[in-house]
Ligand binder design. Structure first.
Ligand SMILES: Cc1cc2nc3c(=O)[nH]c(=O)nc-3n(C[C@H](O)[C@H](O)[C@H](O)COP(=O)(O)O)c2cc1C
Length: 219
């Protein structure tokens, strides 16, 4: 795979109609999940989980929770991107433990103690702010997922059009300390998906990007 990133991103689009007869291979989905695992997160905390669903009967039950969107039932793989409900001291200890193991360090070094204190301090924020922060991390993972799929030539549709609390209750996510944030359907675009033949709509780079120097700042 040696595709130019711009052509890959031009090629991808939010699929509205999947070819329900085509399925991704285990190798394809594993590569995508390997890439997703490498998503950067704030302080490296990865307070999230990715739930992969292929069971057609389960997908059928989820479809009404996503306002009947047909991508849910026609896709090959459905990924529910979840946030941790509430960060706990244990999450901080786990990441310290993992860092110590992987980097061959003692847990009680000044560096790791400082890291733990930084995480604790950063997470100490009003509850709604904390939820927003946790959700933002999952949105980053989605951005990464879309790019991975583009590079791997796997079609997908990012989805926030669903009832989060209904999905949480149905999948029993709160019992697992999780809440849904987004879903992503993956598979193969149908030949007759009319969205696959439309021009991409993006604002001009000149409108979207501004280059700034110190001399441009009003005094
Ligand atoms: C966070 C997010 C949520 C989205 N939710 C939905 C959705 O629920 N259903 C849907 O059909 N498309 C959804 N989209 C697709 C967008 O409408 C689409 O990405 C946008 O119009 C740009 O088009 P393109 O991705 O085809 O280039 C979503 C996109 C993003 C980034």
């Amino acid at each position: 795979m040696n595709k130019d990133i711009i052509s890959a991103l031009e090629w991808r689009y939010a699929v509205k109609k999947f070819d329900a007869t085509k399925k991704l291979s285990d190798i394809q989905i594993d590569r995508i999940l390997d890439g997703l695992r490498l998503t950067a997160t704030s302080m490296g905390m990865q307070l999230m989980k990715f739930i992969v669903i292929t069971d057609p009967m389960l997908k059928e039950k989820i479809q009404p929770i996503a306002f009947g969107q047909t991508q849910i039932t026609d896709c090959s793989h459905l990924i529910v991107l979840c946030r941790t409900t509430e960060p706990k001291q244990q999450h901080i200890e786990d990441i310290i433990e993992l860092t110590a193991q992987k980097r061959n360090m003692e847990k009680n070094t000044k560096q790791l103690i400082g890291y733990g204190e930084m995480m604790k301090y950063a997470l100490h924020m009003p509850r709604q702010e904390q939820i927003n922060w946790l959700e933002n991390q999952v949105y980053l993972a989605m951005g990464n997922l879309l790019t991975i799929c583009a590079v791997e030539e796997v079609d997908c549709c990012p989805m926030e059009g669903f009832n989060k609390s209904q999905l949480d209750d149905f999948l029993g996510l709160p019992e697992k300390g999780l809440n849904s944030v987004l879903m992503c359907t993956l598979g193969y675009r149908a030949d007759d998906d009319k969205y696959g033949h439309l021009s991409k709509i993006r604002r001009n780079k000149e409108d979207l990007v501004e280059k700034l120097s110190l001399q441009d700042i009003p005094v």
